[in-house]
Design a protein around this ligand. Structure first.
Ligand SMILES: *Cc1c(COP(=O)(O)O)cnc(C)c1O
Length: 400
């Protein structure tokens, strides 16, 4: 038996959808992406969604639209993937890194609040494993520090406080208190990378809060221009009769999603409810089989929330980092591919070189040291799910 960690679950209908675009005569951003974008907005209860070539691009796009740059600060957790933080560096702002709560994969509102200064322009929080952040106390913290906020452009003025951006690479379809991921933060960036719940191989989407006091049409247009070289007309618009002329309004990046990829995502989106249900079924089965082991699994549902079931994060009580690594090797020798989410940013060369120290992030380091992520995806059969959980359970229970 070999059980990969997170293979793409591509069905015949996805292949058909991609083939239809290839045959259509229009393969880059166009009508299919527009349909997918509209479906995502409806699903997330937002007014508009901009498709991009990655979640990283989406995060960076939100910072660029907000005009965040040199002299500004953006707060981000130490416990995340590099993309949540690297985008801050890309726009020339200062990364302000904060620790998670003891025994938690999340940063508390109080910690975010303490890190807010008169230079802070945004907080990037992470919906770890597909569990949504509780944004209410974070907004309250931002509100309490409102007098410190110094807006330096029109969008910042309109928002009037530090912006809350969510790295929702994991959390498409998650909900909390009846609100879906995408609808609660100011900006939310999803990932459609190959290992995520819904994939376009590479891709992502940026949506924003319908309650933002902005002209949504204008913001949507600005964001789209920023994905297309700063060009004020898309390739599709230009292809219409006598419509060749365009302007470049800023020397922007190229980060749009072609229709070939959008078709793949839209096709999966049509069965996304069943994808989420299956993921929760697997989580419940893992929880059940591992119930008598000395472990703590991240909760994926509760009275007021339901995750997207993206990652099964398991902490092995009493295990050192070496023990955990041995556990992963032992699982591998039984054909089960596991992973670790995440090695905290200060433990990585790039962030060490920026001056961050692991000793300043003890809670993140503790979470990391005995964490293991079990395979969780919709290619798993019931038999494989039981095989994975029992392999883990036997290893845990046979430990002297
Ligand atoms: C995958 C991932 C990203 C990056 O997504 P891309 O679409 O590859 O840019 C960002 N943040 C987190 C937490 C991720 O897991």
């Amino acid at each position: 038996m070999f059980i990969p960690f997170s293979p793409p679950d591509i069905r015949e209908e996805d292949v058909e959808a991609v083939a239809a675009v290839l045959r259509s005569g229009w393969i880059t951003s166009g009508p299919v992406g527009a349909e997918f974008s509209e479906a995502l907005s409806t699903y997330c209860d937002t007014v508009d969604t901009v498709l991009v070539n990655s979640c990283t691009s989406g995060l960076e796009l939100s910072l660029r639209a907000l005009g965040v740059g040199p002299g500004d600060e953006v707060i981000v957790p130490a416990y995340t993937y590099t993309a949540s933080a690297s985008v801050i560096d890309h726009v020339g702002a200062k990364i302000v890194m904060v620790d998670v709560e003891p025994g938690s994969f999340f940063v508390s509102a109080g910690t975010f609040e303490s890190a807010i200064t008169d230079r802070t322009k945004a907080i990037i929080a992470v919906d770890m494993a597909g569990v949504m952040n509780d944004t209410r106390p974070i907004y309250e913290a931002i509100e309490r520090r409102k007098e410190l906020f110094v807006p330096t452009n029109q969008l910042q003025e309109q928002i009037g406080r530090v912006a809350l951006i969510i790295d929702a690479a994991h959390s498409l379809g998650a909900s909390r208190e009846g609100y879906r991921a995408g609808s609660v933060a100011d900006f939310t960036a999803f990932s459609f990378h190959a290992v995520k719940n819904l994939t376009t191989a590479e891709g992502g989407a940026l949506t924003w809060n319908k309650n933002l006091p902005v002209d949504h049409k204008e913001l949507g247009a600005l964001l789209r221009v920023l994905t297309l070289h700063g060009q004020n007309k898309s390739a599709l618009e230009k292809s219409k009769a006598s419509s060749w002329e365009y302007d470049i309004v800023s020397p922007a990046y190229k980060m749009n999603l072609p229709d070939i990829l959008a078709a793949m995502g839209y096709s999966q989106f049509k069965r996304y409810d069943s994808i989420l249900d299956r993921r929760h079924e697997i989580v419940a089965r893992y929880d059940e089989i591992l119930a008598d082991t000395d472990t703590v699994a991240l909760r994926h549902s509760g009275e007021d929330f339901r995750s997207s079931g993206h990652l099964y994060l398991l902490r092995l009580n009493g295990y050192s980092q070496e023990d955990r690594n041995q556990f992963i090797a032992d699982m591998h020798s039984q054909g089960v591919s596991c992973n670790v989410h995440y090695k905290p940013l200060p433990a990585l060369t790039a962030y060490r070189n920026l001056g961050f120290k692991t000793s300043d992030y003890p809670n993140s380091m503790a979470q990391y040291s005995n964490e293991v992520t079990l395979p969780l995806h919709t290619c798993l059969t019931d038999e494989q799910v039981d095989y994975v959980a029992n392999a883990a359970r036997n290893l845990l229970l046979s430990r002297p």
